[in-house]
Design a protein around this ligand. Structure first.
Ligand code: ADP
Ligand code: MG
Length: 400
C-alpha cells in the first residue's frame, strides 16, 4: 500500500492561487490560541507553497458553531498565531466571512507570497452539509487545492470533499502525506511482534477498529472502560464499572476471533477501583473480580507491568485510547505507564486519538514516540480500514 494520491511534489504552485484546507481547530482560551500544535503542523505545507510563489487561501473550521456566526469562534486569534509563526515576511490577511463578495475580492487581490485566512468555515451551514453552491464558490477562489486537514478528512464536508472534487489539481499536503505514510508504515508489512493497545470508554466506539486490527496484530491489549465489557463477557464480576450490556456478544465475538487467529488478547488482571466517579473517591487496588459497589477506573500495578513488558518486546505498536480515567490523577497512572513504555521501546509506533495524544503530552513524551497523529476520529476511521472522503477526492497518483 502507498499513498495513491498526488502530493505537493506533483504540483507547480508558482503564480497560482492555492486553496489549502488546514486543520486549525485549536483550543482557544480568553481569545488566545492555547495548544498550537495543529497550526505548527500545517507550516511545512504553507511555507512550501508561499516560497514557491503561490498565493495561499487557507481555510479551517473551529469548534462547533453549527452554521451560525459565533463571535468567540472567529479565526482572528488563529490568524494572530499564524502570523507569529510565519514571520513578518508573509502577510497574513483575513476576511470575516466564508463566502460572498468580500471573500471573492480578497482572494482576487491576493498576491504571490501572501496568505488569506478565511473565516470559520462552519459559520456557514453549507460546510457540514457539503452544499454544492458553497463548494462551487470556494473552489472558484483558487486554481488548485491542497488537502492538509488530516483531522477532518473523515468528514464529507464542502471544504474537505466538495472543493477538491471541483478544484483541480487537488493534492495531499505534507502533513496529510506524513500521517498516511506513518499509518501505512505500521499497517502494511509491520515488523513483528505487532502490538495494538486499545482503550477508552466504549467498546461500541472501537469495535470496527478492533476487528480490523485482529487481522494484523500479534497481541491486542485492552484497557480503559471498554475492558469491563470484555471482562463481564468472560464471566467476571465488574462491580459498577462502565459496561455496555448490549455489546457483550460483540465482546465475545472479538475474543473468539482473537483465539481463532491466535492473537494474544490481554485484558486487565488487576484494577484501581473507586467507590464513585470522582477524583477524591475512596480507592483500592483489586485483582480478579471487582467487589460490588466499586468501579474500575484504571488498570492496576500488575497489569501495568505486564503491558509494559509486552510493549518492550514489540517492534510495531499502534495505540488508541487511554487505560483509565487519566483526566483524574489517581486514575492516570496506567495510561502514563503505557506512554512511558512506548517512549522507551524501539518499536515503530503510532499514537492517535484526542485523549491518548493528550495523555502522551501530559507526560511530556511526544518527542519519544514515532508518530503522533493530529487526527482523532480520522485516525480511528483509518484504523477501521475506511477510505476517508477528504482523501478520496484528491487526484490519483500516476501509476508507474
Ligand atoms: P481517544 O480520544 O484517545 O480516542 P476515547 O475518547 O476513546 O480516547 O476515550 C477516552 C475517555 O475514556 C476518557 O475520557 C477517559 O476518562 C475514559 N475512560 C478511560 N477509562 C475509563 C474507565 N475505566 N471508566 C470510565 N471511563 C474511562
Ligand atoms: Mg476522545
Amino acid at each position: 500500500m502507498s499513498l495513491a494520491k498526488k502530493t505537493l511534489r506533483e504540483l507547480d504552485p508558482s503564480g497560482k492561487k492555492v486553496f489549502v484546507r488546514v486543520d486549525f481547530n485549536v483550543p482557544l482560551k480568553d481569545g488566545v490560541v492555547g495548544d498550537d500544535t495543529r497550526i505548527r503542523a500545517a507550516l511545512t505545507t504553507l511555507k512550501h507553497l508561499l516560497a514557491s510563489g503561490a498565493a495561499v487561501i487557507a481555510a479551517s473550521h473551529l469548534g462547533r458553531p453549527k452554521g451560525q456566526m459565533v463571535e468567540e469562534l472567529r479565526m482572528a486569534p488563529v490568524a494572530v498565531r499564524l502570523q507569529e509563526l510565519l514571520g513578518a515576511d508573509v502577510p497574513v490577511k483575513t476576511v470575516n466571512c466564508v463566502r460572498g463578495n468580500q471573500v471573492q475580492k480578497a482572494a482576487a487581490a491576493l498576491q504571490s507570497g501572501e496568505l488569506l485566512l478565511l473565516e470559520n468555515l462552519r459559520f456557514d451551514a453549507g460546510e457540514t452539509e457539503n452544499d454544492d453552491a458553497l463548494a462551487e464558490e470556494l473552489a472558484g477562489l483558487a486554481d488548485c487545492f491542497v488537502q492538509d486537514a488530516f483531522g477532518t478528512c473523515h468528514r464529507s464536508h464542502a471544504s474537505t470533499a466538495g472543493v477538491p472534487a471541483r478544484c483541480k489539481p487537488a493534492v495531499a499536503g505534507n502533513l496529510l502525506e506524513k500521517e498516511i505514510r506513518a499509518f501505512e508504515q505500521v499497517m502494511s508489512q509491520p515488523e513483528q511482534p505487532f502490538v495494538a493497545v486499545i482503550g477508552g470508554a466504549k467498546v461500541s466506539d472501537k469495535i470496527l477498529a478492533l476487528k480490523t486490527l485482529l487481522e494484523k496484530v500479534d497481541c491486542l491489549m485492552i484497557g480503559g472502560g471498554m475492558a469491563y465489557t470484555f471482562l463481564k463477557a468472560q464471566g467476571h464480576a465488574i462491580g459498577s464499572s462502565l459496561c455496555e450490556e448490549d455489546r457483550l456478544d460483540t465482546a465475545r465475538e472479538v475474543l473468539a476471533e482473537a483465539a481463532a487467529r491466535s492473537v494474544e488478547m490481554l485484558l486487565p488482571t488487576d484494577h484501581v477501583v473507586a467507590d464513585a466517579f470522582f477524583e477524591n473517591a475512596n480507592t483500592q487496588v483489586v485483582a480478579g473480580d471487582l467487589p460490588s459497589g466499586w468501579m474500575g477506573l484504571d488498570i492496576g500495578p500488575e497489569t501495568k507491568a505486564a503491558y509494559a513488558a509486552k510493549l518492550a518486546e514489540a517492534r510495531t505498536v499502534v495505540w488508541n485510547g487511554p487505560m483509565g480515567v487519566f483526566e483524574m490523577e489517581p486514575f492516570s497512572h496506567g495510561t502514563s505507564a503505557v506512554a512511558k513504555a512506548l517512549a522507551e521501546s524501539h518499536a515503530v509506533s503510532v499514537v492517535g486519538g484526542g485523549d491518548s495524544v493528550a495523555a502522551v503530552k501530559k507526560n511530556g513524551l511526544q518527542a519519544h514516540i514515532g508518530h503522533i497523529s493530529t487526527g482523532g476520529g480520522a485516525f480511528l476511521e483509518l484504523l477501521e480500514g475506511k477510505v476517508l472522503p477528504g482523501i478520496a477526492e484528491l487526484d490519483d497518483a500516476l501509476s508507474d
